[in-house]
Design a binder for this molecule. Structure first.
Ligand code: EJD
Length: 394
């Protein structure tokens, strides 16, 4: 065997606690590495991750973007008709979501999202001591996203355990997955009902998706599944994106001061946090034919794990990648993916990130970590479950 082999478990507590040494080893071991524990290929280099994301004909999504190969095992839930499909099927739901989450749609939400961020930051300034994850990174998306979708007020926090389960399910059936399933079991019935047309307000992302049935773009069976995609991917992702930015700004006071001095850097500070922490750490593709990653030959029908987080810290691509620098040119990072599946909600995520960081930059003088940050263990998402902080008014 010519190719590099690693017995790394990239879905283990030890790895999640400090993934960077293992990511360096994988990146340096070769263009692609065989992960013997799972019988899958992996690449941690920016150039190859990016190339794979663009080459959907060779590295498909329709056999699932998790460890499980849909050609060998039935999907554990009805497959997503946007995430777990290839062209031409992919384009239908994607086209609808492109419109629902378009720049014009974001523009209409901007004032409301900014006002909600200002209000929340004012409340937190009254308290001074709070948990930057529960009380800000989770509270903010839960205060604006379900409204934008048109969901009722009750039980919107159920979206967190549901998302946590789905993102764990892209990895192996390990203890993190089992725990997430246990936590989410009570909310599954509720979630199934939230996807329906009659459960959603007459205005909002949900209603706009269902309206695509009237224009013939989606069938009545497909529309609830497209709503499910937003319910799944719209909260936990932005929670961890915001959490990443808050954790960075609390740890690196020079960057916090740079943001305070120029609140127009809020958008850049969020983007750099997405590169630096890569809230979405990994995703799989499956080869549709014999393929090549650099020097390494891969046969048809193989799962390949893309380390987005490692790619975003590849020293071949980034200068001092381990430094959080809000003035860096972050363009081209793969924290939102790339190619045809690149995050359809990225402008919504950036809007949430920008308005929260801008509100903090204008109103807050200091953010101090006053307790031990706790990691949230998830097979796909990287983030904290707790970040105790104290803030002081500007
Ligand atoms: C996702 C990485 C779905 C779905 C779509 C996208 C994600 C998850 C689920 C967000 C992946 O269609 O169910 S970041």
């Amino acid at each position: 065997m010519q190719h590099p082999v690693s017995d790394l478990d990239p879905f283990s507590k030890a790895y999640f606690d400090d993934p960077y040494p293992a990511q360096d080893r994988l990146r340096e071991a070769g263009d692609a590495v065989w992960l013997s524990r799972y019988g899958v290929w992996a690449t941690a280099r920016f150039q190859h991750v990016r190339a794979m994301l663009f080459d959907w004909k060779t590295f498909c999504s329709s056999r699932g973007v998790g460890l499980s190969d849909f050609a060998k095992e039935a999907p554990w839930r009805p497959r997503s008709i946007v995430l777990e499909v290839d062209p031409p099927v992919h384009g239908r739901a994607r086209g609808v979501l492109n419109r629902v989450l378009s720049p014009a749609a974001m523009k209409r939400l901007e004032a409301r999202f900014a006002a909600a961020a200002d209000t929340l930051v004012d409340e937190l300034l009254e308290r001074q001591h709070f948990d930057a994850i529960a009380d800000l990174a989770e509270a903010y998306p839960l205060s604006v996203f379900p409204d934008a979708l048109g969901m009722p007020r009750e039980n919107r926090d159920y979206l967190l355990p549901y998302g946590n389960m789905v993102f764990n399910a892209f990895g192996p059936r390990n203890a993190f997955f089992d725990k997430a399933v246990e936590n989410a079991a009570p909310v599954l019935d509720w979630l199934g009902k939230q996807m329906r047309r009659d459960a959603l307000a007459p205005e909002g992302f949900g209603a706009e998706i269902h309206a695509a049935v009237d224009t013939g773009e989606l069938t009545a069976e497909e529309a609830p599944l497209v709503v499910r995609s937003l319910l799944t991917a719209g909260v936990d992702t932005t929670v961890n994106g915001l959490g990443a930015a808050l954790y960075c700004l609390a740890r690196y006071p020079d960057q916090w001061q740079a943001l305070r001095a120029d609140p127009s850097l809020a958008k850049a500070a969020f983007e750099e946090a997405v590169r630096f922490e890569s809230p979405v750490q990994t995703f799989f593709r499956t080869t549709t034919r014999d393929a090549r990653i650099g020097e390494v030959e891969i046969q048809e029908g193989q799962k390949v794990l893309m380390f987005l987080g490692a790619a975003n810290r590849d020293p071949r691509q980034w200068e001092n990648p381990e430094i959080y620098d809000i003035r860096r040119k972050t363009i081209g990072h793969v924290g939102f993916g790339a190619g045809i599946h690149m995050c359809v909600g990225q402008m919504l995520a950036r809007l949430e990130g920008e308005v929260v960081l801008a509100a903090l930059a204008r109103k807050v003088a200091s953010i101090d970590i006053v307790g031990t940050p706790q990691r949230r263990y998830n097979n796909t998402l990287r983030g904290l479950s707790s970040l105790p902080v104290e803030i002081r008014a500007a």
